[in-house]
Every structure is written in structure tokens, then in C-alpha cells.
Design a protein around this ligand. Structure first.
Ligand SMILES: Nc1ncnc2c1ncn2[C@@H]1O[C@H](COP(=O)(O)OP(=O)(O)OP(=O)(O)O)[C@@H](O)[C@H]1O
Length: 260
């Protein structure tokens, strides 16, 4: 097998909230171009792992590395700039802004020009705005939202809002895209469509970390899967390996796969 570039690495990460150990010595990595699934029953630590990766929480011990660099002490904004973007379990759009404006807010995160040049509308700032606009429209097109570009986000259907969140995250130009249950609340057909879209996102050059409750779906779209239970990694492997793993079967036994 050829050498692949390591995008993200969690090295023996423990994260405690007071007496509760939400992540317990968790290690895994993601290589460039992979779709890595993260699954596990409710409260397993999946969202906490996202929060540790994106700088919402600092790890108690261990290290998160992005492109070989430790993320210790970095704030959320700095981590976005480095190239990690995420969506949230609960949609967080700016409801009174249009779909396009929401995407442009994402693109803004990576502008090199600052407040002063924006104030004086320097040529460079204008150029960045034009580029951002074009790229924003292209992303909306890609997500099937071009015709909704001028609609207020609050007026979009639930499914369109979920897709817009992904477009906004992509607009920051990330190397790693972290999607926290992007298909939550979707019916099976919508879920299947979204998974296909996520595959196309990866084909555009993004590396994807995906939390998804629906085992069948996650099996269909991911290259590898990490399974958490009570903050510990209990399994890691290809979808076929995970499907037959006794520890995973035990963790999910009696658990409604679609529960969220
Ligand atoms: N800010 C916090 N303060 C205290 N405890 C927290 C905090 N965030 C998460 N936890 C706890 O950490 C554990 C892991 O939660 P987490 O949300 O990461 O699980 P999850 O796998 O994402 O679950 P779900 O599938 O329900 O979203 C849970 O016991 C949760 O109650």
C-alpha cells in the first residue's frame, strides 16, 4: 500500500469533566482522503471527541495532532484557520441571513485581509469578496441549494438547512470536515442521498470524520470506523470488520440503531 498523509491523530487522549471520564485514552488517526466513521451508543463520547478536535475543550491528557502539529492550547478560530471545519448536531445557522450569506460567513474565516482593509475596501479585500461569492455559489450548487441562495436560512426546509451547514463548513476551505450526525432527523431515503453526497464531498478532496447513529448508513459510506463506548475505543476497522466484531455487537445489542 502507498504511504498516505496523516491528517489527524488522537494520541492517548483523555478528557474529563470533573469526575466523569468522557474520553478514556482514545487513539485513532485519519489519513488524507478517508471517510472515517465514529459510532457508539448515546453518551459514548463522540461529540466530546469532536469538541476536543475543534478546540471547544482542551484535553486532560494526551495529544490531538493535525498535519503533525499539536493543537494543544489553540482556540477554535485558530483551529478553523489551520483547516478543520465542523457541523453541529443541532443546526447553527444565522436564520436572518440568506443561504449565500451563511456560506460567505464561512468563507470569511479564511480571508487574509483584516478589518482595516475591509473598512477601506482595498483591492485585495474586494478580490477576496468576489472570489468568496463565486466559491459560495459553487458550493451551494454542489449541495443542490443554488436556487435557494437568496432565501433566508430560517425559511429553508430542515433538509436544506442541514445541507447548508455542510456547505458553510466546506466554505472555510478545510482539509478535514467533521460532520456531527448530519443526517439526524432524515428519513431513510434522505439519509441515503446525504451519504452519497458525503462520498462526493470526499471525492472533491476533503477528508471526512463522520458521526452517525445509523449503523447501516455508516457501513455504506465509510472507509474505516472507530467505535466508542463509555469513552473508550472498543473497536476500529473496516465496515466489514466492525460488523462482525463481538464487542461492537454487544455494545449495540438492544440499542435502537436509529435512536438519536
Ligand atoms: N460539557 C460537559 N460537561 C459535563 N459532562 C459532559 C459535557 N459534555 C459531555 N458530557 C458527558 O460526557 C459523556 C459523553 O458525551 P458525548 O456528548 O460526547 O456523547 P456522544 O457519544 O456524542 O452521545 P450522543 O450520541 O448522545 O450525542 C456523557 O456522559 C455526557 O453526559
Amino acid at each position: 500500500m502507498s504511504e498516505r498523509t496523516r491528517v489527524l491523530e488522537l494520541d492517548d487522549v483523555t478528557l474529563r469533566f470533573g469526575g466523569l471520564t468522557a474520553l478514556d485514552s482514545v487513539s485513532f488517526h485519519i489519513d488524507e482522503g478517508e471517510i472515517l466513521g465514529m459510532i457508539g451508543p448515546n453518551g459514548a463520547g463522540k461529540t466530546t471527541a469532536f469538541n476536543a478536535i475543534t478546540g471547544v475543550y482542551q484535553v486532560t491528557s494526551g495529544e490531538v495532532r493535525f498535519a503533525g502539529r499539536s493543537l494543544a492550547g489553540l482556540k477554535r478560530h485558530a483551529i478553523t484557520k489551520l483547516g478543520i471545519a465542523r457541523t453541529f448536531q443541532n443546526i447553527r445557522l444565522f436564520g436572518s441571513m440568506t443561504a449565500l450569506e451563511n456560506v460567505l460567513v464561512g468563507a470569511d474565516a479564511n480571508h487574509s485581509t483584516g478589518v482595516l482593509s475591509a473598512l477601506f475596501r482595498t483591492a485585495k479585500h474586494r478580490r477576496e469578496e468576489d472570489d468568496g461569492h463565486e466559491r459560495g455559489m459553487e458550493l451551494l450548487e454542489f449541495m443542490g441549494l443554488a436556487s435557494r441562495a437568496d432565501e433566508l436560512a430560517a425559511n429553508l426546509s430542515y433538509g436544506d438547512q442541514r445541507r447548508l451547514e455542510i456547505a458553510r463548513a466546506m466554505a472555510t476551505g478545510p482539509k478535514l470536515l467533521c460532520l456531527d450526525e448530519p443526517a439526524a432527523g432524515f428519513n431513510p431515503q434522505e439519509k441515503a442521498q446525504l451519504m452519497e453526497l458525503i462520498r462526493r464531498v470526499r471525492d472533491r478532496g476533503f477528508t471526512v470524520l463522520l458521526i452517525e447513529h445509523d449503523m447501516r448508513l455508516v457501513m455504506g459510506v465509510t472507509d474505516r470506523i472507530v467505535v466508542l463506548e463509555f469513552g473508550k475505543k472498543i473497536a476500529e476497522g473496516t465496515p466489514a470488520e466492525i460488523r462482525d466484531n463481538p464487542a461492537v455487537i454487544a455494545a449495540y445489542l438492544g440499542v435502537d440503531e436509529d435512536a438519536s
